[in-house]
Design a protein around this ligand. Sequence first.
Ligand code: BG6
Length: 488
Amino acid sequence: MATGSKYNQSVGPKSPQVLVLVGATGDLSRRKLLPGLFRLTSAGFIPACRIIGVSLDDISVDEFRKIARGALEEFSTRKVSEKDWSAFSEILDYVSLSAGASVLKAAVKNAEQALGGESRRIHYLSVPPNAALSAVRLLREADLVERSRIIMEKPFGTDLTTARSLNAKLHDVFSEDQIFRIDHFLGKEPAQNILAFRFANGFMEPIWNRNFIDHVQIDVPETLGLGKRSGFYEQTGAYRDMVVTHLFQILAFMAMEPPTALEPQPISEEKNKVFRSMVPLDSHNVVRGQYTGYRSEEGVNPESDTETFIALKCQIDNWRWAGVPFYLRTGKKLAEGQRIISIAFREPPKSMFPAGSGVGAQGPDHLTFDLADASKMSLSFYGKRPGPGMRLDKLSLQFAMNDTGLIGDVLEAYERLILDAMRGDHTLFTTAEGIERLWEISIPLLETPPPVRLYEPGSWGPKSIHQLIAPNAWRLPFERAWRAKSEG
Ligand code: BG6
């Protein structure tokens, strides 16, 4: 495990960090941010750090520490030793929003004095979109813009107008290079592996285009319901919560041209070119769904039209991808939790295999990326079944990060991204231009959304998803499961 502090500090930020965590007692903070910060600090990735929790709750520092301790017990993937906890609890402070800008300013000053030397400020806004601007105003009032970076949570606006206005207001206070718009899917190790796989190897590039690829699926079904998030979700829905953010970002990694360097600007340029080439969404190519029972959940309008499921077909109209459909799907309370990208290759132009040999019977050859934390990849193909005659079976080459013994080194997405933001590295963050373009292609769908269709919890969504993808078929549920760890 990579815990040697010398090594870790070399990948971490150079200066001490004061992190202002707005929304510190909320769901994301408890599930991901506090456990992630605990790991980063206790493993020595951040040389020196103070964290100031901020939220609407009128609680004391000790109460905030208790919340943090509870969050680590519940959500940390590693054991929390007393020694590490006591070191972590000492760097935590808390300011209630009602205390106002001057108290926040004093708390940051205090933290900076304790750290000594020239520290940087990092503000993490883990708040719903409608609260983001008031948090930005608070930071300006508290005079905390200088030497700072700001991490913004998604969804970044709710349509083109709101995204433009949010960007403009944000730019009144922070410059673009201070802003880190987070999309945690890009921080997932397997997402970065798409870049490694595509650009560190030569063998895929010649076939990574419309001449060889028939269609692509990005499929992220979730078994989760909404828990306590229905208030947020009612305003957001599956399209804004998952597609404009996570799924389109993954699509860009999959579809972009090779960047001139593995650096923020060249990567953003190539991603933005993909977004520019995307054809505005046609509502006829979209299935919106809602699971039965959603409307009777607490905080949900009994006549709600919010979708808890979405499947759509989109097109990237450029030389590499013209004519190749991209199918995206995601939703809540579905049959399985999966995160896959599946690339279907064109079938051979002519088959010389005897009728009934099985060639083509199990769909096209596929390259599949599993974006789950344990990163898996599979390449399926037809091969000969041993024995007489010529019978063909679908076989596969599979890789699982688990088999490398290095899985313990994987940083959780938020850990990775917080560390990158502290280092000022924008590579895995989204840009104002990219996000605005995605809202632009969303206009036809947002203006004339298709009706929501009900689906049963535990299913794969409304029945019309099959028409959407015909004559192809959804890869999930898999006909053949991933292989368990290979035996020696
Ligand atoms: C979040 C969405 O951004 O991503 C959630 O708001 C969703 O609705 C979650 O469940 C999925 O992320 P992960 O990393 O758990 O797959």
